[in-house]
Ligand binder design. Structure first.
Ligand SMILES: [Zn+2]
Length: 700
């Protein structure tokens, strides 16, 4: 949760990334653009003194002190809402991944090898002439099958065949599927030792129910354009009466949207723990022929499901019964055309982008084809690409060094928990049990996905995508009921992100985030602890906060805090909320201390634990000076440099209103709560960030 772009609790940044194994083909259109010639972060080791503005007193504005020159010389690219150290690193990683795939594609690898699959998949995307020549041919048999549906029983089977493993409620947090429902296979809420089937609501092509329901001019405009787009897509696919069909399809989607839970409601895990037997579906949610649905989905033998949003299942099933068969057939046809469009000929791909790219995200231009090819290879063969990426860009030495940092930071947390005056002994014991079983994955997973069952052909783009998502689905089905591997990853090494996996009591830091300026094996320990160490500490602390307290040391959904613990925690937290309420980025516009509280606590806990871990790592020795800075000074400057960012004014306003993370400059200011910062920089009363010792907030 390092950047201003973050929007969710569990992962470091929330963006629709290529790692989301989604059947939502359109997702590619949402990916942030990366430019091939983007300037890489300067290759210095340790804190970057060229980024600092030493004319500013650290005690007056620590963000400016650490980043002033960077802010001065960095320009926001015209196609971005902002720029940050994080987005620059992301560009570097994307370029590397592109280079690797390109290298493999040109290397003529052995047939059927993993590398051959990468090359064939990439080449099938790059063969634009062949793709264009096929037109809509690849989806024709699927459209014919939909046209042949004669009754609601056959409809149930067709709907069952669309189920994919394309949602993820807690790890990579993706609640959206355009299919009627989505499957997530993960450790069970009550039995976290075995993989369980979670079913989530779905059925909408637009990203969220708000797009159908919100009564704003902006949303009304989007809906008008959406209707024209649906009609245009149907017309391209040769349907008669496209306007009338589009209207019926959107009316159905609107009816589904009305019954969907909101994103905020989706995130309440306590409301999601609803186990239904297969027989329960027909009783509790009549309408859809569930037996036929599960049979077609390959789930006939599966007994129990966790239904995330029961009310939506009741409503969507009822809609299957109450809505005419022909409308459902149009809905199925349109969804097939839409989800396949990026992999069909140019008119389909262009129509898809004009709406989902330009209208929905403001992106004026489709990115070059090679970039989209890279994204696809990452999405369908992410571990295959990731193995090569990790080998090339993440050394065993870097891994060992990062793991040692984790050990020191976790040990620091242990000591801090022991020292807490407000926490009950029983809660402390469970917190320490959670720490002792916490798995922290560094760089890359211990086991890799075996793609040998996935057949890839160099001349069949649509088939590759179709089979790739089916391969993923069947792989997930095969895991149901099996023992959980608590060290399993949900991200690829080449993904610039980090994730907290509450059901596994695990954290993962992919190789792509363990790069300068966050982490550099050649940098002094001070800089690494200040930068990535604080990020590690931040994620560890989420394991114990108000969200983390919903899951115990075995990843089971169980509240293990006493009411008195929670109230003490909230009391200390209120002080921190007030501190952030005091920040005023625009006249009259303050940071919302409550909205950003969980992330601010994690920042504070993260730097505090990493500071302790850093000192423990010195083993009693004095850290060497670098560029005239002591070890402690380097530690704090590196922390401040994590948050170098520059946002357009509209984006900054939006962040203040909607993001659970504070803007970078205020995140950097949390150093004012750490005693060591005062002695390191001789911060004096009267300076802007100075807090009297009693006013410094200590939570963990
Ligand atoms: Zn966070």
């Amino acid at each position: 949760m390092v950047t201003a772009q973050g929007a969710k609790m569990k992962i470091l940044v929330q963006m629709l990334s290529p790692c989301l194994l989604s059947v939502t083909f359109i997702a590619a259109a949402f990916l942030p653009a990366f430019t091939q010639n983007q300037e890489a972060p300067p290759q210095t080791h340790g804190v970057n003194v060229a980024n600092m503005d030493r004319s500013v007193k650290p005690g007056d504005n620590f963000f400016e002190y650490a980043n002033g020159e960077w802010v001065q010389r960095t320009e926001i690219p015209p196609d971005r809402p902002g720029v940050s150290v994080f987005s620059q690193l992301s560009d570097v990683s994307d370029k590397r991944t592109a280079g690797l795939i390109d290298e493999i594609a040109k290397s003529k690898p052995a047939p059927d090898s993993g590398k051959a699959k990468i090359a064939d998949l990439y080449n099938s995307f790059m063969g634009e002439v062949a793709v264009d020549a096929k037109g809509m041919g690849p989806i024709k048999p699927h459209l014919d099958a939909i046209a042949a549906i004669a009754d609601k029983q056959q409809l149930a089977a067709a709907l069952g065949k669309t189920l994919r493993a394309d949602v993820d409620a807690l790890n990579n947090t993706n609640f959206h599927t355009p299919n009627l429902f989505g499957l997530w296979v993960a450790p069970g809420f009550d039995d976290s030792a075995h993989y369980t089937a979670y079913l989530l609501q779905g059925g909408l092509e637009l990203p969220d129910r708000e797009y159908y329901l919100a009564d704003s001019e902006k949303m009304r405009d989007i809906r008008t354009k959406y209707q024209a787009h649906v009609a245009a897509s149907l017309k391209l696919a040769g349907f008669s009466d496209p306007d009338a069909r589009a209207e019926r399809i959107i009316t159905l989607e609107h009816a589904i949207a009305e019954k969907h839970l909101s994103l905020a409601e989706d995130q309440d895990v306590h409301k999601a723990n609803n186990t239904w037997t297969q027989a329960d579906f027909a009783k509790k949610a009549p309408g859809l022929d569930w037996a036929e649905y599960f049979r077609a989905a390959g789930l006939a033998q599966h007994a129990n499901f966790i239904v995330w949003q029961p009310s939506a299942f009741v409503a969507e099933s009822a809609l299957v019964a109450s809505t005419p068969l022909e409308t459902w057939k149009d809905w199925l046809s349109y969804h097939l055309v839409e989800n396949s469009a990026p992999y069909l000929s140019k008119p389909f791909a262009d129509e898809n982008f004009a709406f989902f790219g330009t209208v929905l995200t403001g992106q004026p231009q489709q990115r070059p084809r090679w970039q989209r090819g890279v994204i696809l290879a990452n999405r369908l063969l992410g571990d295959e690409v990731g193995q090569i990426y990790a080998q090339r860009y993440f050394s065993p030495d870097a891994k060992a060094q990062a793991e040692q940092m984790v050990t020191n930071i976790v040990a620091a947390f242990n000591k801090r928990i022991d020292a807490l005056a407000w926490m009950a002994a029983s809660t402390k014991a469970e917190a320490k049990a959670k720490l002792s079983t916490l798995y922290v994955g560094i760089g890359y997973p211990e086991t890799w996905t075996d793609y040998s069952g996935y057949e890839v052909k160099a001349d069949d783009l649509f088939g590759n995508v179709w089979n790739g998502t089916l391969f993923q689905y069947h792989r997930e089905l095969a895991r149901l009921g099996k023992d959980v591997n608590p060290r399993e990853w949900t991200m690829f090494p080449q993904t610039v992100n980090a994730v907290n996996l509450p059901l596994q009591n695990a954290l993962c830091f992919p190789a792509a985030i363990l790069q300068p300026p966050f982490f550099d094996p050649q940098a002094p320990a001070a800089a690494n602890y200040g930068a990535i160490g604080s990020v590690i500490g931040h994620e560890v602390s989420h394991t114990f906060d108000t969200e983390g307290s919903a899951f115990d040391s075995k990843g089971r959904l169980r509240n293990w805090w006493t009411p008195s613990d929670l109230s003490h925690f909230e009391e200390a937290a209120t002080k921190l909320a007030q501190q952030y309420d005091g920040y005023e980025p625009f006249p009259g516009v303050h940071i919302n201390g409550k909205q950003t509280l969980a992330e601010n606590i994690a920042d504070l806990a993260g730097i505090a634990a990493s500071y302790d871990g850093y000192h423990a790592s010195l083993g009693g020795k004095t850290a060497p000076f670098q560029d005239g800075f002591s070890g402690d000074q380097q530690f704090f400057i590196a922390f401040g440099q994590n948050y170098a960012s520059k946002l357009r004014e509209a984006m900054l306003r939006r962040q203040v209103l909607t993001n659970p993370h504070s803007p970078g400059q205020y995140r950097a200011s949390t150093v004012r709560n750490i005693d060591g910062w005062y002695s390191s920089f001789e911060v004096q009363p009267g300076q802007t960030l100075y807090l009297a010792p009693a006013d410094r907030v200590r939570i963990w």
